[in-house]
Design a protein around this ligand. Sequence first.
Ligand SMILES: [Zn+2]
Length: 121
Amino acid sequence: MKGFIIISIFVTLSGVTFGQNKQTSTDTSKLSELFIKKIIPFHCAKGPEKCDKCKELLNEGAKYCLIRVYYVSAGVITRLMIEMVVDGKKTSLEYDIENIFDNQEAAMKYSRQNSVKVLPN
Ligand SMILES: [Zn+2]
């Protein structure tokens, strides 16, 4: 089950300049972006094979989550990886789960109020 936690997102993010802000800014918050996506909110990079908590979450199924995707790797901590297409290139990016919504309505409301894109499944 290697690579189990890699989630495929096939969406082109127009206007994203992948990794190019690195030289001009040290503010890492600008090098990431929030999205909403329905995923299984694994809590660590070990995944359901090695972690009981992750296994539990797998059994509960996918939920609408607020995720922060990092365009530049922190290179220090082990984060979950998400596969995205940026400017036509398939890229594995690190992400954190910032919030798990109770239901789809709550996720859509947050999306409207905060202009956060909902990624297709
Ligand atoms: Zn875990």
